[in-house]
Design a protein around this ligand. Structure first.
Ligand SMILES: NC(=O)c1ccc[n+]([C@@H]2O[C@H](COP(=O)([O-])OP(=O)(O)OC[C@H]3O[C@@H](n4cnc5c(N)ncnc54)[C@H](O)[C@@H]3O)[C@@H](O)[C@H]2O)c1
Length: 343
């Protein structure tokens, strides 16, 4: 019998890619999303890619305990992957309470429902932001967490702690936190991808929107960092590779292979890439010219961060596989799909 995974925030960018990979790996998936940061585009893409028009979808707010409890009553949920959160760092600085309320309450509500049903395997989407400006690179899971520089980052640290303490309480919850580095790209089908509302906060949607002419010019924030070309270094992880890490982690939890009841894994490539390298690789891979300019540093940006992913490689049997150029081709294909310019 196949196992059922509840994916909260599953109509969003990463959740929709994870839904595809879970279904392709033989899991049943139930999606819950309040549509606060998405429309049905990606969920429709999931149905098309998997050929499954019957994926259960619940338009609910995960802060609403009754609605969440109803899902746990209707299905035997073997694992829960929690993506439902707000994620714009800048907005979180301006509206901290909105972030603490949504990100903490939604997580505690789904955890409560899971515990109320005799327990569950819970996977939480954490972030490399927990490491802040790291003392040494690459960061391992044992690198210290630094005081959060934004309410968004604080919610990631707090949710990790909430999960760890809930696991320790011995109420049937096992937990995994995956610390994502920089998720990028789109599904190779170009039927799902990142769908930012308004001005993109992340680099790649800004790049693709500039290339297609929606934005005039890409600003590169800071060219005087102590890095080889002066621009910031990040670890860009393809969203399909990232999605496969979730499948591996869910399989480990359901298969009873965890070494501890609460585990943390870095999910990255292990390779630092500069902003300028992204621009050049994008131009080369897609044969387009990008209009960009150098701008002053942006407050809050760390100079460099990249993962030591060896724990995930070893324990999850997972490794990032897609080449950066393929990832950037997929991002461009997705932008063209959105503009109705598919090849
Ligand atoms: N994209 C990144 O760069 C990145 C990096 C590290 C961690 N993460 C984390 O991964 C998760 C998914 O990120 P994403 O990029 O797919 O974002 P996203 O905004 O595309 O997806 C999140 C989804 O959750 C939904 N949602 C938000 N609050 C909800 C609530 N209370 N109830 C129900 N649904 C709700 C939104 O409508 C959205 O569809 C988030 O928790 C995010 O913080 C993202």
């Amino acid at each position: 019998m196949s196992h059922t995974v509840l994916v909260t925030g599953g109509a969003g960018y990463i959740g929709s890619h994870v839904a595809v990979e879970l279904i392709e790996a033989g899991y049943e998936v139930v999606v819950a999303d309040n549509m606060s940061n998405c429309d049905m585009t990606c969920f429709e893409g999931v149905k098309k890619v998997t050929g499954r028009s019957d994926i259960p979808f619940y338009k609910i707010d995960c802060c609403d305990a009754e609605s969440v409890a109803r899902i746990f009553k209707e299905y035997r949920i073997d694992a829960l992957i929690h993506f439902a959160a707000f994620k714009a760092v800048g907005e979180s600085v301006a509206e901290p309470l909105k972030y603490f309320r949504n990100n903490l309450d939604s997580f505690m509500t789904v955890l409560g429902a899971a515990a109320g049903n005799g327990g569950c395997n819970v996977l939480f989407s954490s972030s490399a932001t927990v490491y802040g400006e790291a003392d040494s690179l690459p960061v391992t899971e044992n690198s210290p967490r630094k005081p959060a520089t934004s309410p968004y980052g604080a919610t990631k640290q707090m949710c990790e702690d909430i999960l760890e303490h809930t696991v320790k309480a011995g109420i049937g919850i096992k937990g995994t936190a995956l610390r994502y580095f920089n998720p990028v790209g789109a599904h190779p089908s170009a039927l799902l991808g990142e769908l930012p509302r308004g001005v993109p906060n992340n680099l790649i949607p800004y790049v693709t929107q500039t290339a297609i002419g929606k934005r005039e010019c890409l600003s590169i924030f800071g060219d005087d960092y102590p890095t080889p070309d002066g621009t910031c270094l990040r670890d860009y992880i393809d969203v399909t590779d990232l999605a496969k890490a979730h499948v591996a982690a869910v399989g480990r939890m359901i298969g009873g292979k965890m070494k501890r009841d609460y585990e943390i894994f870095n999910i990255g490539t292990g390779t630092p890439v500069s902003v300028l390298e992204i621009v050049r690789t994008f131009e080369q891979a897609n044969g387009v010219k990008l209009n960009y300019r150098m701008a002053p540093r942006r407050p809050g940006d760390v100079t460099a961060i990249w993962a030591d992913p060896s724990l995930a490689n070893r324990e999850l049997g997972w490794k990032a596989e897609r080449r950066l150029s393929d990832t950037l081709e997929s991002a461009w294909a997705w932008e063209r799909h959105l503009a109705g310019k598919d090849d």
